[in-house]
Design a protein around this ligand. Structure first.
Ligand SMILES: Nc1nc2c(ncn2[C@@H]2O[C@H](COP(=O)(O)OP(=O)(O)OP(=O)(O)O)[C@@H](O)[C@H]2O)c(=O)[nH]1
Ligand SMILES: [Mg+2]
Length: 357
């Protein structure tokens, strides 16, 4: 369960009902937690600001002004269906409904509509979703959660807090905590959340050069083979190697406070002896460069997409809009993580745009 699902530090969030007592309170709490809160929506209140965040009359206007990845619905029960339907219509991929006492009939319509449009609804009657240290689309108090490897799924908000705060107290962090909501009808079930946690097909090891977390798990993976440490400048590649092999003394550099990235401290790739294997420390990059990858080869770089590709009707399927595409079917069914699929589509467009013809 090591990796965050549903929300991360890049998630751009709006609050529907932001001018209300609940809405404005939680807007402030989310900003404190460094959530990318990009707007609020309240019909008739467009043009105002709450906590410096712009308010729009409709979700469509908010989406026209900026990219929105998630909506937090904090409106009174009679308005939930209409508000959430607006977000679903705009194709916002994640809609989290906090409101309690939503009429069951409305929840049923809401969930059916979301399924039809391929939008994920969490709730109603939930505390929402938090990926500690990264972001939250929810009303939970951030300070009782801490980043780490454990995923939590629960119907109960109070029990989620309880379990998370006990874990935190014992030094065990959480990747993502999902309140699925206490109502009889909810948009996302236990099983669906578990599938999301499982849908990332890589072995993940969470490490810290400061606390030493994960180092003993990583060591045996390095022995007897050649590995490459790659990643953005400042993610801590050199410092991780120093922690694995005291005395190595590789130079490390501070993160620039202005751009919040590293300063390209490591200038040359170097192959080092670590734990009975060879590990290359490499210069960090500023951005991912896909030069040399052809559009039709991109899916092969996503193991879970590559595994499904032979089941697509067309051998040259780009998994975009082709009929009988096994990849899109798996995304709809939740067996492939939607964020991975979106990443694939984004990279595909990027490669196509960079082509000379
Ligand atoms: N808190 C914390 N800080 C870390 C960790 N790993 C690295 N840092 C800090 O992050 C900054 C960058 O670390 P480096 O090891 O130089 O990063 P790098 O990935 O080698 O960067 P380049 O050589 O520029 O590509 C340094 O200030 C490190 O002390 C970690 O596990 N926890
Ligand atoms: Mg380095």
């Amino acid at each position: 369960m090591k990796m965050a699902i549903l929300v991360n530090e890049d998630t751009r969030v709006i609050i529907q009902g932001i001018t209300g007592k609940q809405g404005s309170y939680h807007a402030a709490r989310m900003l404190e937690y460094n959530v990318k809160l990009v707007g609020g929506v309240v019909p008739g209140r467009g043009g105002r600001q709450v906590e410096g965040v712009p308010v729009f009359d409709t979700v469509a206007e908010a989406c026209a002004a900026t990219r929105v990845d998630a909506s937090l619905v904090l409106v009174p029960p009679p308005f939930v269906l209409e508000a959430a339907a607006e977000a679903i219509d705009c194709g916002i991929p994640l809609v989290v409904v906090i409101t309690e006492h939503v009429p069951v009939q409305d929840s049923m319509r809401l969930v059916a509509l979301a399924r039809q449009r391929g939008v994920r609804v969490v709730g109603p009657n939930t505390i929402g979703v938090i990926s500690p240290g990264k972001s939250k689309v929810g009303i939970m108090p951030g300070y009782i959660y801490s980043p780490g490897p454990v995923g939590i799924v629960s119907r109960s908000g109070t029990l989620t807090h309880e379990v998370a705060s006990n874990l935190t107290f014992r030094g065990i962090g959480q990747s993502t905590c999902v309140g699925i909501g206490g109502d009889p009808i909810v948009g996302t079930t236990f099983v669906e959340v578990l599938e999301l946690f499982r849908a990332v097909p890589y072995r993940l090891v969470v490490t810290s050069a400061v606390t030493g977390e994960g180092l003993e798990e990583l060591r045996p993976l390095l022995g007897g083979r050649v590995s490459v440490l790659a990643g953005q400048s400042g993610v801590g590649k050199s410092r991780l190697l120093n922690a694995l092999k005291p005395g190595l003394g590789l130079a490390t550099g501070d993160i620039s406070p202005r751009i919040r990235r590293g300063r390209h401290t490591t200038r040359l790739a170097r192959l080092l002896d670590v734990d009975g294997g060879m590990v290359a420390d490499t210069p960090g990059f500023s951005r991912l460069d896909l030069e040399g990858v052809e559009p039709r080869h991109l899916a092969a770089l996503f193991p879970e997409l590559a595994a499904l590709a032979p089941e697509c009707r067309f051998a040259d399927c780009f998994h975009r809009a082709e009929p009988e595409c096994a990849v899109r079917k798996a995304v709809e069914e939740g067996t492939v993580a939607r964020w991975r699929y979106r990443l694939y589509l984004e990279l595909l467009s990027e490669i196509e745009e960079a082509l000379p013809w």
